[in-house]
Ligand binder design. Structure first.
Ligand SMILES: [Zn+2]
Length: 317
């Protein structure tokens, strides 16, 4: 605990306990990628990963958010740390969260053949499957790294079929907040003990997330004629370790109740077949709008981007 952060924590605790309860008309699933942990720089893996895992799970439990964590089992490694890293995944299960498959080594499907990508999927859920035994039966979920779902129609359809044949559903997202960009500057700032910069990054990150949420709330009615349950995509990193509690407070103040991925996937909007082919990884709200031929007027300037100074910190890495 850094002394400099204590006054802020007290303010946050006060803010969360005094937050007014609003009607919970909105729903959101929280999906968290790149388990067990995203390391920036050459810091010791396990202590930092343990800290991030504990803080993220504490925030999820506090807000009764039934999240799913998408694992890259290649990151479990073969070093002396391996058992400790598997123990981190076990903590997710103990906290009543789900695990999903995010491939073995987080490759870019744009650069792989269908067969290579299938191997990555097959290898990607061996340890997790053992850990999830107590949850049988459960729905298997897959998330493509960088949400690159296939840069050609042939690749996209082949992997969709492979996944379906193996019992997987593809996991969409409707809100993305560039947390991986903010996290680089944030983790470096913590390592340099520059707590003023860390605080500035946290503030910008939280504001951007709320802006991205507002954008998704405006876009959904243009595609479906109504707001839909949202799916937030974030990562296990230092930034979310320190921000997730406040982030969930702010989302709850917007009227969100946190629900499981199963629950949002049961919404009719999520039954829409995604037929959009892209080498990029856009939100499913965009994909569904393309698939439905919906006439939408997307003002992309309303979808916030990280500020230039945050991008500069990211590029310096
Ligand atoms: Zn990822």
């Amino acid at each position: 605990m850094k002394l400099a952060t204590l006054p802020l924590l007290i303010i946050l605790l006060f803010a969360s306990s005094s937050a007014q309860t609003r009607p919970s008309a909105r729903q959101m699933a929280v999906t968290i990628d790149d388990l067990p942990y995203v390391r920036i720089g050459d810091v010791a893996y396990l202590p930092n990963a343990e800290r991030a895992t504990k803080k993220i799970l504490d925030a999820l439990k506090k807000h009764k958010a039934p999240a799913i964590g998408f694992v890259n089992e290649g990151k479990l490694g073969n070093s002396a740390d391996r058992n400790g890293r598997i123990a981190l995944l076990r903590q997710w299960i103990r906290a009543n969260m789900m695990l999903g498959n995010h491939t073995y080594s987080h490759p870019d499907f744009n650069r792989l053949t269908i067969e290579q990508f299938e191997e990555e999927i097959t290898k990607g859920f061996e340890v997790s499957q053992g850990l999830m035994k107590s949850r049988v039966p459960y729905q298997l979920y897959f998330r493509h790294p960088m949400t690159h779902t296939g840069d050609t129609q042939e690749k996209k359809e082949a992997i969709e079929k492979f996944l379906a044949d193996h019992g997987y559903k593809v996991t969409p997202h409707t809100i993305e907040n560039s947390d991986f960009i903010f996290n680089v500057g944030y983790a470096r700032a913590l390592q340099k003990k520059d707590y003023a910069l860390a605080q500035r990054i946290r503030d910008a990150y939280l504001d951007l997330t709320i802006g991205a949420t507002a954008f998704a709330e405006q876009l959904a009615p243009q595609v479906f004629g109504r707001e839909i349950p949202q799916t937030l995509l974030i990562h296990v990193n230092d930034l979310n370790a320190d921000c997730l509690d406040e982030l969930l407070v702010r989302l709850a103040q917007r009227g969100y109740r946190f629900v499981s991925l199963d629950e949002v996937m049961s919404d009719p909007a999520y039954q829409t077949k995604d037929t959009a082919v892209s080498k990029f990884g856009p939100s499913w709200l965009w994909r569904w709008s393309q698939s439905l031929g919906a006439k939408i007027n997307i003002d992309t300037s309303a979808d916030p981007e990280p500020p230039q100074w945050v991008l500069d910190l990211y590029k310096q890495n």
